[in-house]
Design a protein around this ligand. Structure first.
Ligand SMILES: [Cu+2]
Length: 127
């Protein structure tokens, strides 16, 4: 909560510096983005996307682990001081992770042992 409050204050003061008080309302209401991700249906340690894009604000990645994958998967977002991971999805389950992100590049990957090293990772660009 404290972090969210300081981001709002930053956004408001940035608008004030720009002299655009009329835009203060729009810049303080951050966008919310939901991104869909799927693990490989045949059991490879791979997501169906290696690149995701979102607007600054609240970003949710929803991961679907197909029932035919035969193994657990999860998704973690890391970068710029943020590190948040979803619960583990068993085959046939869905999980999600939400983080408040600023502009920049983050990585997303599967935190299940060995999966990231196998290439179950990608880049999330926020801009
Ligand atoms: Cu995995």
């Amino acid at each position: 909560m404290r972090r969210a409050a300081s981001i709002t204050i930053l956004a408001l003061s940035a608008a004030a510096v720009a002299g655009a008080s009329a835009q203060a309302t729009s810049s303080s209401s951050a966008a919310a983005t939901t991104l869909k991700l799927r693990a490989d249906a045949d059991g490879a340690n791979r997501f169906n996307k290696e690149r995701l894009r979102a607007e600054p604000g609240k970003v949710t990645i929803r991961l679907r682990n197909p029932s035919t994958s035969g193994k657990p998967h999860a998704v973690e977002i890391e970068g710029k001081g943020i590190e948040k991971k979803s619960a583990v999805a068993q085959p046939g389950e869905r999980v999600s992770v939400t983080a408040k992100l600023k502009r920049g590049r983050y990585e997303f990957y599967c935190p299940v042992d060995g999966h990231k090293a196998d290439g179950m990772e990608g880049t999330l660009v926020v801009k």
